[in-house]
Design a protein around this ligand. Structure first.
Ligand SMILES: Nc1ncnc2c1ncn2[C@@H]1O[C@H](COP(=O)(O)OP(=O)(O)OP(=O)(O)O)[C@@H](O)[C@H]1O
Ligand SMILES: [Mg+2]
Length: 235
């Protein structure tokens, strides 16, 4: 479904991605783990056209979308829930959700996804008229995920959705990711919580300073000694 071929990104003199090759197969949950500064957010931002790549290709169902603008990419069915929430603080929950559907015009579909978001996140339904900026951190994270769903994505990309959340809320976000996936959405997940990410992932990549250094099934990486030491805090 999504393929990156030899993708490189520079920020001035910093070579943030150094020839990345990854593949996201339809219907799977794929995760990317890596230390702070490894280039994880850069990779997602370049997929949705927020960061320009210097070399390489981004292929979506075989079509080259490298360099396309973000609105075009979103309308093809890719959505990014960025790191650090980024909800619109002065708009209500409801208004934030509606903005998630800005690239769509299928009113019946928007209504169905809107209802589904409130089913998945009853807390948001209770708070529909509350300004997003006054919601708790966890609630804002729920809203960011729900807003991503409002674009009706075929591929939902999440950049550290559990960052800063209490364990119970974090678990709830992971449960919802499972549910979204069960409903037919492909997921590309970035997580500091490598253990939880590898547990739900079909396939995983390890990114170190801009290079993919390891890949395999979630289960294989969970059992790898090097991964356990470097990312799972064991040994
Ligand atoms: N706009 C920018 N200008 C200059 N350097 C940047 C910019 N954005 C990111 N970088 C650098 O590129 C590298 C990769 O950053 P990136 O945000 O992709 O890392 P990350 O893996 O998402 O890290 P984290 O886990 O901390 O979110 C870092 O060294 C960072 O300082
Ligand atoms: Mg990041």
């Amino acid at each position: 479904m999504l393929k990156l071929e030899n993708l490189s990104v520079y920020y001035g003199g910093i070579h943030a991605l150094r020839g990345i090759d990854i593949e996201v197969a339809e219907g799977k949950i794929i995760t990317l783990i890596g230390a702070n500064g490894a280039g994880k957010s850069t990779m997602l931002n370049s997929i949705v056209g927020l960061v320009k790549s210097a070399t390489g290709k981004i292929l979506w169902n075989g079509e080259d979308i490298t360099g396309n603008d973000t609105k075009d990419i979103v309308s093809r069915g890719l959505a990014l829930v960025p790191e650090g929430r980024h909800v619109f603080p002065n708009l209500t929950v409801e208004e934030n959700l509606r903005l998630g559907a800005y690239a769509r015009s299928d009113h019946a579909g928007i209504k169905a996804d809107h209802d589904r978001c409130y089913d998945l996140f009853p807390r948001l339904k209770e708070r529909a008229r509350q300004h997003a900026g006054t919601m708790s951190g966890g609630e804002q994270q729920m809203l960011a995920v729900a807003r991503g769903l409002m674009s009706s994505p075929k591929l939902l990309m999440l950049d550290e959705p559990s960052l800063g959340l209490a364990p119970l809320v974090s678990k709830m976000i992971f449960d919802i990711i499972r549910e979204i996936h069960k409903d037919g959405t492909t997921v590309l997940l970035i997580e500091q919580n490598a253990h939880a990410a590898l547990e739900i992932a079909d396939y995983a990549y390890v990114l170190e300073t801009g290079v993919i250094t390891m890949q395999g099934t979630g289960a294989a990486l969970l059992n790898d000694d090097g991964i356990r030491k470097a990312y799972l805090g064991e040994g």
